[in-house]
Design a protein. Structure first.
Length: 127
């Protein structure tokens, strides 16, 4: 039996936008709202270079990564061809305008994914 965790109201998610859900472990989950008020949830990480999908532009049932404009399907997390890759998705339930995520998935799904380090964060020399 699935245990659902209340996240927010649908109206708390901007139309064609997203909210981020922090987890005790692992990267945040991005919860998206389409123009037709459908709600989807993906790990907040593009499969290409780890860009924050929650900051991307939602169009139709996809989101464009803000870093390199990869198109990621909201229903399956799959990158649109010719790009390849997939970001983990999370089950969503909307009931009476309330958004719920699967509590077990929040606690255990996609915990090993990380964001790549770039720029000054990679420096090991003291200046």
């Amino acid at each position: 039996m699935t245990s659902w965790k209340f996240i927010c109201l649908v109206e708390d998610i901007p139309v064609l936008g997203a909210r981020r859900v922090a987890r005790p472990q692992g990267l945040e989950v991005a919860v998206f709202r389409t123009e037709s008020n459908d709600v989807f949830a993906l790990l907040d990480r593009c499969p290409h270079k780890g860009g924050p999908l929650s900051q991307g532009i939602v169009f139709g049932s996809s989101v464009a990564c803000p870093l390199h404009n990869w198109t990621i399907g909201l229903c399956n997390g799959q990158a649109q061809a010719p790009d390849e890759g997939c970001t983990p998705r999370f089950q969503v339930k909307v009931e009476n305008g309330e958004v719920y995520l699967d509590a077990h998935e929040l606690a255990h799904h996609a915990l090993l994914e990380t964001r790549p380090l770039a720029g000054p964060a990679l420096r090991t020399t003291v200046l």
